[in-house]
Design a protein around this ligand. Structure first.
Ligand SMILES: [Zn+2]
Length: 132
């Protein structure tokens, strides 16, 4: 990345152009004007990028706060589900209903909610990073 043009140098170029305007346009004057315009464009671009970076930073902060809230709620729900899920295994009647937990009308392939809750908790426990 090139060094930014020092303000002192820009001021010298502007002073030259103010003087040069009285004498007409040389190639050097035209180049100097283009250079100043490019510097101004790049400064504006940098200002826009800085504004974008600030916006992204504040958005990330909001996302982080929401993530903390959602994580706390997830942990609270997991604790509740862990307490509510019956540790006893399901046992099924000949119609496929879970007699242990009273879910007698389970469809083919449908899990008893107690079994499903325990499976989900096990999956989350396995994938949950420590401290999250
Ligand atoms: Zn069951």
């Amino acid at each position: 990345m090139p060094e930014p043009m020092p303000d002192e140098r820009i001021a010298k170029i502007k002073a030259h152009l103010a003087y040069a305007d009285e004498d007409g346009r040389t190639m050097g004057d035209i180049y100097a004007r283009e250079l100043l315009a490019e510097v101004e464009r790049l400064r504006q671009e940098a200002a826009n990028l800085n504004a974008t970076i600030a916006l992204v930073g504040s958005s990330l902060k909001v996302v982080g706060e929401h993530t903390e809230t959602i994580t706390a709620q997830r942990d609270q729900l997991m604790t509740l589900v862990r307490d509510l899920a019956d540790p006893d295994e399901c046992w099924f009647d000949h119609h496929g209903g879970c007699q242990a937990h009273g879910y007698l009308n389970l469809g083919p392939g449908e899990l008893c909610p107690h079994a499903e809750a325990k499976e989900l908790l096990a999956t989350i426990d396995k994938t949950k990073a420590p401290g999250t």
